[in-house]
Write a protein of this length. Structure first.
Length: 82
């Protein structure tokens, strides 16, 4: 990754995954990379990788299935007019 020194690394990786969720790379229900996969891809520490997943869950973008993994949360359907 091309790190921006003024932004914490966990936030930069969080933003990367958030963009991938928003763009459909990881659609609702898709399994997100594990903390180990995030660590391998980005070079961040295991603690930081776990924090990224924890922050995604806290923001409502993901949920955890214990023993299985972290998945993209199903976003609420937009209201229909009519």
């Amino acid at each position: 990754m091309d790190w921006q020194p003024e932004i914490p690394r966990w936030r930069q990786v969080y933003t990367l995954l958030e963009e991938r969720i928003d763009s459909g790379v990881y659609p609702p229900g898709a399994r997100l990379p594990s903390a180990l996969d995030i660590q391998t891809e980005t070079g961040i520490s295991p603690v930081t990788a776990r924090r990224v997943l924890r922050e995604l869950r806290a923001a409502g973008l993901a949920y955890m299935e214990p023993g299985i993994g972290t998945f993209v949360a199903r976003l609420p359907e937009p209201p229909t007019s009519g």
